[in-house]
Design a protein around this ligand. Structure first.
Ligand SMILES: O=P(O)(O)OC[C@@H](O)[C@@H](O)c1c[nH]c2ccccc12
Length: 278
């Protein structure tokens, strides 16, 4: 059993308990009543800043007693979007965190979880999410396509996450507007930041060959410094998702602004590799 399998098993148990407490028809009513989902800023390099207390690879990262306060500092620092982990067992997140953050910030919010059922997508919308993560490694093609369709139908944006070329091919079949490359392998928890530089041109070429619009690429995981953000941007990342480095920084607003600046400069530099993009 991989780490991913065991996380998903726990997620399914917690999900069953929530499904027993609130019927789907009732949940859909809440989702329908939520204010409309907002899109990501249309263009330009940006950071997706994550509210992350704990992780299976690193254990406790930060207490984060007030997730809304942290999110507000991300927003003040200029985050393009804010990611809120809602997985409870390994990441110590919750839908209550998403509610608290939603009540505080106007920035687009990503529900970061191991989404395996429609129920979780309606939950995301009911709790104010604008984007929903879909991890290709955790889903078969049929479920992936179904969840992708529902997220879109509800006006939200799917962030389709891959770690290998094969997963990238499966993601591209959906012609996603937003494609994430997680440089951490969720089956082993190993990070290899070079995976982004390898996969980005592959994805660009495959999208061009298939005649589909180029997705915006999100580099995920493994950022420790502004230089790491710049490296992802130079390799063609349109957005970079950062958790640990921000939650462990005493001044998240300043750190985020600095990371964003570094990414913008690298994305605009003549050395940036925009392979295959128009
Ligand atoms: O803390 P980091 O190394 O900056 O990583 C953030 C983010 O990429 C990571 O939390 C993540 C990316 N994809 C995921 C899927 C599930 C859980 C977590 C993740």
């Amino acid at each position: 059993m991989t780490v991913l399998d065991s996380i998903v098993a726990g997620v399914r148990e917690d999900l069953a308990a929530r499904e027993a407490a609130l019927r789907l028809t009732e949940l859909i009513r809440h989702a329908d009543a939520a204010p409309a989902a907002r899109p990501l800023p249309a263009a330009g390099f940006g950071l997706i800043a994550e509210v992350k207390r704990s992780s299976p690879s690193k254990g406790e990262l930060a207490e984060i007693p007030d997730p809304a306060e942290l999110a507000a500092s991300y927003e003040a620092g200029g985050a393009a979007a804010i990611s809120v982990l809602t997985e409870q067992r390994r990441f110590r997140g919750s839908l209550a965190d998403l509610d608290a953050v939603r009540a505080r910030v106007a920035a687009p919010l990503l529900r970061k979880d191991f989404i395996v059922s429609e129920y979780q997508v309606f939950e995301a919308r009911a709790h104010g999410a604008d984007l929903v993560l879909l991890i290709v490694a955790a889903l078969d093609d049929e479920v992936l396509a179904r969840l992708y369709g529902l997220i879109t139908e509800l006006g939200m944006t799917p962030l389709v996450e891959v770690h290998t070329e094969q997963e990238a091919d499966r993601a591209l079949a959906l012609s996603p507007s937003l494609l994430g490359v997680n440089t951490r392998d969720l089956k082993t928890l190993q990070v290899d930041t070079s995976a982004f530089g390898r996969l980005a041109p592959y994805i660009r070429d495959r999208a061009a060959a298939a005649g589909i619009p180029q997705p915006r690429l999100v580099a995920e995981s493994g950022v420790a410094s502004a230089a790491d953000v710049a490296a992802y941007a130079a390799d063609g990342a349109d957005l970079v998702l950062v958790g640990e480095a921000l939650v462990t920084d005493g001044e998240p607003e300043r750190a985020l602004a600095q990371f964003t600046q570094a990414g913008r400069e690298a994305a605009g530099s003549p050395f940036a590799k925009k392979t295959g993009s128009p």
